[in-house]
Each structure stands twice: as structure tokens, then as C-alpha cells.
Design a protein around this ligand. Structure first.
Ligand SMILES: O=C(O)Cc1cc(O)ccc1O
Ligand SMILES: [Fe+2]
Length: 434
């Protein structure tokens, strides 16, 4: 494990970032000159179709010591507890479900071996839907590199700081921040000084983008300038290594005789990035009523139906609650969208007991849910002075497709058998009088 190091970032969501670790490595005014400087190879990395509209188009040009195809052939390896949609196995029940935190392994476990899939929807082969995993690791990946052809990866760290070493540079990420690694980027995850644990959303669909702001205007929510991208960093290392690739739900390994982190310069808008969730400019009701949680959307992966996301990443950060004559916690509801929730730290306002940091809950399409009984009683008679919700950070992966738990999650000892009980004491208050 290494100590955090000084890392240089460039800023701005979806900007055409450019960076060179050796001066003059980046071609000027063109992308693939007949001969690149330093004897580098040019390689285009396309994250959207060549013909995607300009505002959606994502691609990056890399200038590297060897092109990515300088590799051995793939052979299948064991995928452990990794699963991919469509899931086989038991039908998906409509029950409300909740789980305690998954303990971090006590035997030496790297990022790849520590991955556990808890839910998925859609179909990775048709690039629809998401996979939801828990990650944990207590050691670095040595000479193993990872690359996911099935989807983009959104990391939500819950415990421990990590260094992501990627083809396009280094990122240092800690709980309270998120990181996104585009589909197909080669990377390693390294705990800095303690075991790490967190949630991982594998987005099989369109790359994450920022939601529209509508009448809110030109500022607010997540601002582009707060997204941090790595700068070019490379190693010229001849060594026997393995590139582990997730493809169509299986894991394959190819032998390499060099480090794949050999990109000396790059330019483009498809690259890993990180974002500090405390930079999210929260917009909330200042008159009355509890707004829809879409006001807390950090990133969205749109589907082909406008306004109906493949996946929205929504947070419940510290904020002032000032709404008058209002039941302030989330209302009771049934939603066509399916809701998977996790907690980075603190207490979530709808569930004061039983939803623990590192835990998770699933309220699927049309499954009724809302505040537990005690929260309802308290909030119905609370004095409505301005109140600050502090030291809290919950989040939701919300998807238009039903989120099916894996067999592992359904049968896990961390699953709470009595979750429904938190609503068991909801009393009848109706007395026929206005
Ligand atoms: O179910 C939940 O706790 C998430 C949620 C929060 C909220 O403020 C409104 C709707 C909603 O689904
Ligand atoms: Fe909900």
C-alpha cells in the first residue's frame, strides 16, 4: 500500500482535456501524424459511436509506447461473485429489501477478487441497464490490470482512500467523493493505507452526463468546473502482467509483457474523473412541500426515452430543511422507477434505525415505501423551525428498469429478514373528523 501522492488534475466536465508527460508528445493541429513524436503510437478510444451528435460524442486520442493490441490472447478465468444482466436464477420478488454492510474480507483480497454483484437490470450485451456491485480490497493489484468492456464504472467509496492508476493518469479518491471510469479504460485500484469498501455502479448504457438545469438557470447542482480529470502519467516497464477484462458478463485474462500504463500524452473528453460530493450545490424547497428527489441528481445516464433515465445517481447530502406546513421527510410513495439506496455515512432522514453506513436497500418498481413508523410520528408533530441535516450522505441509483437482486444478495446473511417491521407500527389515525 502506498501513501497518497501529489496528483495533478485538470478540471471541467466533458472538456476536451489535453495533457503530455513529455514535452512535445502531443501532436499539434492533428491527431494521427505519419510519425508521432518519441516513436509513440496513436490510438483512438471511442466511448460513443463515431457518428454520435457532437454534444454527446466522447472520444480520446492516446499517444502510447505500444498500441493496446500488443497483448496475448484472452482465456476465461473464474468470475467469483461477479454477475451480469440478464441474471439467471430466481424470479425477482417485489418485496422491500434491506441489507447490513458487507464485512471487508480478512484474507488478502485485491479489487478484482473482492467484487460482489448484488443486483442488475437490463442486458449488458445490448448496452441497457446497470449492474450494482460492492467492492472491497485490502491489498493492491500487483501485476494485474482491470478493464471493463461491459460498462462505465461509478465508484462510491464508503470506507478508506484509494489511488486509481489508469491509462490516462492517477486519481486519489476518498469517501465523500465519487469516481467514474469509462468503459474499456485499463486501471488498477490500490488502497492507500487501510482496507477500502464501497459501492460500484456498472453502467451498461449511455455514458453519465450532467442533468439539465431547466429554469434553475446556468448554475447549481453539480457544476462542470468541479469535475477533476487526471493528467498524463506513464511507466515504461517491461514486466509479465495480466490484463483482466470483463466482457459479456465473463472474466478473461490476457498476458502482457509490459505495463499497459504507457500513455505518454492524450487529448479528448473520454477519461476517468472524480467529483467531491460536498461541491454539490443543493437546491431545495424554501416555501412548502417535499420536492421530488430528482433535484439531487448528480449524474444521469439517459435512456432513449427523454426524462426516463437508464440510471440517475442521486444524493441526499447535508442541507437546510425550512419548508413550512410540510411533512419534511420523504413522502410515502410508489414509483415506476426502481430505487437502490446506499449510505456513505450518518443517518438517512426516512430511516433512523437499521439503514447503516455500508448497508443498502431496494425498493423496486411500484413497491410501496416511505418513512418508518417512528419517523412518521415524530415528523408529523415536529416544530417546523429551520433545521440543518448534518453529517449525512445517502445516495440512490434510480433506474427505469426493474433492479433484480442476485442469488448472493437474496441469500446473504446481511439481508434483514424483518425490514418490513419498520413500518409495522404505523397506526390508524383516521377518526372521521376533519
Ligand atoms: O425512497 C427513498 O427514501 C428515496 C426518496 C427520497 C425522497 O426524498 C423522495 C422520494 C424518494 O424515493
Ligand atoms: Fe423512494
Amino acid at each position: 500500500m502506498t501513501k497518497p501522492i501529489d496528483i495533478c488534475y485538470s478540471h471541467g466536465f466533458n472538456n476536451e482535456h489535453e495533457s503530455e508527460a513529455l514535452s512535445g508528445a502531443l501532436p499539434i493541429g492533428q491527431f494521427n501524424p505519419q510519425k508521432c513524436a518519441y516513436g509513440l503510437y496513436a490510438e483512438q478510444f471511442s466511448s460513443t459511436a463515431f457518428t454520435a451528435p457532437r454534444h454527446e460524442n466522447r472520444r480520446t486520442w492516446m499517444y502510447r509506447i505500444r498500441p493496446s493490441i500488443s497483448m496475448g490472447d484472452y482465456s476465461a478465468i473464474d468470475k467469483g461473485l461477479l454477475r451480469t444482466a440478464p441474471l439467471s436464477g430466481k424470479p425477482c420478488p417485489p418485496n422491500v429489501m434491506r441489507w447490513n454492510a458487507q464485512p471487508i474480507a480478512d484474507t488478502p483480497t485485491d479489487f478484482i477478487d473482492g467484487l460482489i454483484t448484488v443486483a442488475a437490470n437490463g442486458d449488458a450485451k445490448t448496452q441497457i441497464g446497470i449492474g450494482i456491485h460492492l467492492y472491497s480490497a485490502n491489498k493492491d493489484m500487483g501485476n494485474r490490470y482491470f478493464c471493463n468492456a461491459d460498462g462505465e464504472l461509478l465508484f462510491v467509496p464508503q470506507q478508506g482512500e484509494l489511488i486509481a492508476r489508469t491509462e490516462l493518469g492517477l486519481l486519489h479518491v476518498k469517501p465523500g467523493e465519487i469516481m467514474v471510469i469509462p468503459r474499456g479504460i485499463k486501471f488498477q485500484i490500490e488502497p492507500t493505507n487501510e482496507p477500502i469498501r464501497g459501492y460500484l455502479c456498472e453502467n451498461y448504457g449511455a455514458p453519465f452526463t450532467l442533468p439539465e438545469r431547466g429554469p434553475v438557470g446556468a448554475n447549481g447542482f453539480a457544476n462542470q468546473r468541479d469535475f477533476y480529470y487526471p493528467t498524463a502519467w506513464f511507466e515504461d516497464k517491461e514486466q509479465a502482467s495480466g490484463l483482466v477484462t470483463k466482457f459479456c458478463g465473463e472474466l478473461y485474462q490476457a498476458e502482457l509483457d509490459h505495463s499497459p500504463f504507457d500513455v505518454v500524452a492524450w487529448v479528448g473528453n473520454s477519461a476517468p474523473y472524480k467529483y467531491d460530493l460536498s461541491r454539490f450545490n443543493v437546491i431545495n424547497a424554501v416555501s412548502f412541500d417535499h420536492p421530488d428527489p430528482s433535484i439531487f441528481t448528480v449524474l444521469t445516464s439517459p435512456s432513449e426515452t427523454q426524462g426516463t433515465a437508464n440510471m440517475d445517481f442521486v444524493i441526499f447530502p447535508p442541507r437546510w430543511m425550512v419548508a413550512e406546513n410540510t411533512f419534511r421527510p420523504p413522502w410515502y410513495h410508489r414509483n415506476v422507477m426502481s430505487e437502490f439506496m446506499g449510505l456513505v455515512h450518518g443517518v438517512y432522514d426516512a430511516k433512523e434505525k437499521g439503514f447503516e453506513p455500508g448497508g443498502m436497500s431496494l425498493h423496486n418498481c411500484m413497491t410501496p415505501h416511505g418513512p418508518e413508523a417512528e419517523v412518521f410520528e415524530k415528523a408529523s408533530s415536529a416544530e417546523l423551525t429551520p433545521q440543518k441535516y448534518e453529517n449525512t450522505l445517502a445516495f440512490m441509483f434510480e433506474s427505469r428498469y426493474v433492479i433484480a437482486p442476485t442469488e448472493y444478495a437474496l441469500n446473504s446473511t446481511t439481508r434483514q429478514k424483518d425490514y418490513l417491521g419498520c413500518w409495522g407500527n404505523l397506526k390508524k389515525h383516521f377518526d372521521g373528523k376533519a
